[in-house]
Write a protein that binds this ligand. Structure first.
Ligand code: ADP
Ligand code: LRH
Length: 480
């Protein structure tokens, strides 16, 4: 059977990539064609994304793909919650605000006081995070919303690629404006929040075919006949789709990058009081599944420290691994860590000092402290997930860029007491590509997870064992 070729565009908060995926005989080969950095741009007291810069990188990646021959489809995923506003002519109005922008100070508190937590959680099942799209829209000047249409970041790029204006269900779920039972917008909540219904585009499922590339894009990139097929456009949903687990229960995942998204897959949304008290979220997954998970602050804290020190990741992680076990831990989900800042190392030190613990001094000590704290927090969230679902978790699958960190993987195995299976690193790209391939009929009867398992190199970390006990399993590496 002829190979089927697809292009995935994965925009993460810290970097983006464009990759070519080839599916043949139940195996996926991924070639990353183009990588580029991403991050917030401070502007006029706020923080925005360089959306046009990202678009230029995407076009460059697509041109590289076009040089490789025929491509059946292309699809974009990105981080959640952020959006652009289009005017009646389809022009982007202003920029795309970053979810860490200070413009959101105390907006969530106001909306929660007005609408009530029961109504908000009951309608959406989404965790209270200050940057959810609901609060971002509530922070907009009303006249900016009048007569405009919202497109989430991947939807905006799909629009620029092919002209179609829709949003996709997994990312729509992160807005805290959609109903997990119907998959449609939670209209009563939209009305109660005073948002014009016309702002919200129709929702489509992952795998929807949006049509061919605009003629000028096809000509520019050499991708003639290529269709835009919507993946799970929320990066975490694509990553979870590519978790190499077998069976439906008994396992959890961490999608590890800028954030550590810790959760389980559930056949139905879990909107119980217990879930709400733990502030668990019910984001949409592929195939009608629910991603019952929690945002843990993740490697963002290390990223900001690295920026402050102007240091190299590999060196920091190697030096941190050489330190003796133990040491101080803090709560990484404290909101003090949310905003960017060159004082991130001092924030970590203050959190240790305030809880009467030894204060880490050197960069490796601080990194070690952050990783130990993340591992402990992941363990706490797993206990909460077990309590809420009533189902024991024995294996933890860690996917994403952070799964390359042996030290964090071992600390996570130790803190959770579960075996940790690390990889694939590019789970988001893989999930994106395989949803497209499935929509094109190229997987035949194989499930996405079967293809991932057959195509990935994984590494297992056992609790309390030394780091040298990590065992290699067979498989092929994703090329970098
Ligand atoms: P995002 O999609 O949120 O931008 P990624 O999945 O690309 O994030 O992961 C980026 C993170 O991966 C970085 O913050 C870094 O801490 C971690 N990382 C990258 N390379 C390595 C490595 N060799 N060892 C350990 N961690 C790494
Ligand atoms: C990870 C992520 C996460 C969201 C956050 C805003 O990249 O999509 O799932 O909560 O960004």
């Amino acid at each position: 059977r002829a190979p089927s070729r697809h292009v995935a565009i994965d925009l993460g908060a810290s970097s983006g990539r464009v990759a070519l995926g080839t599916v043949q005989n139940g195996i996926l080969e991924v070639e990353v064609l183009h990588r580029f950095p991403n991050g917030g741009v401070p502007v006029a007291g706020g923080l925005q994304w360089d959306i046009l810069g990202l678009w230029r990188e995407v076009l460059h990646g697509l041109t590289l793909a076009g040089q490789r021959g025929e491509v059946a489809s292309v699809g974009v995923n990105s981080w959640a919650v952020d959006y652009g506003l289009l005017d009646a002519h389809g022009d982007l109005l202003g920029g795309v605000h970053h979810y860490r922008s200070p413009r959101l100070d105390r907006v969530m508190e106001r909306v929660r006081a007005e609408l009530g937590d029961d109504a908000l959680y009951g309608a959406t099942g989404i965790q209270f995070l200050p940057f959810n799209t609901l609060y971002q829209l509530s922070a907009e000047r009303p006249e900016r919303l009048a007569g405009t249409q919202l497109l989430m970041v991947p939807d905006l790029l799909h629009y620029w690629l092919c002209g179609s204006r829709v949003t996709e269900r997994t990312n729509a779920s992160t807005t805290q404006l959609s109903d997990p039972r119907t998959g449609d917008w939670a209209w009563a909540l939209v009305d109660a929040a005073g948002l014009p219904r016309s702002v919200l585009p129709p929702i489509v499922e992952p795998g929807a075919d949006l049509g061919v590339l605009r003629p000028e894009i096809a000509a520019e990139t050499g991708l003639t006949g290529t269709r835009v097929i919507v993946p799970a456009t929320h990066d975490t949903a694509s990553a979870v789709a590519a978790v190499p687990a077998t069976g439906d229960t008994g396992w959890a995942y961490v999608s590890s990058g800028t954030w550590s998204l810790v959760g389980v897959e559930s056949p139905v949304p879990v909107l119980t009081d217990a879930a709400r008290h733990l502030n668990l979220t019910n984001e949409a997954g592929i195939g009608g599944t629910t991603r019952l998970l929690k945002n843990v602050m993740g490697l963002w804290i290390v990223q900001e420290c690295r920026r402050a020190w102007n240091a190299d990741f590999a060196r920091l992680y190697a030096d941190a691994a050489a330190l003796p076990p133990g040491g101080p831990v803090f709560d990484p989900d404290d909101t003090r860590f949310l905003a960017p800042g060159m004082d991130m190392p001092q924030r970590v030190q203050a959190a240790c000092r305030e809880t009467g613990q030894p204060v880490p001094q050197t960069p490796p000590e601080i990194v070690r402290c952050i990783l130990g704290s993340l591992a402990q927090r992941i363990a706490d969230v797993l206990d909460g997930l077990e309590a809420v679902t009533g189902t024991p978790i024995h294996t933890l699958y860690v996917v994403g860029g952070g799964s390359q960190g042996d030290l964090l993987n071992q600390l996570t195995a130790d803190a959770t007491g579960r075996s940790v299976v690390a990889g694939p690193v590019e789970a988001t790209l893989i999930g994106n590509l395989l949803v497209q391939a499935q929509a094109c009929g190229s997987l035949r009867s194989a499930s996405i997870r079967e293809v991932v398992r057959a195509s990935s190199a994984l590494q297992t970390f056992m609790p309390s064992a030394s780091r040298h006990a990590a065992t290699r399993q067979t498989g092929t590496e994703v090329s970098r």
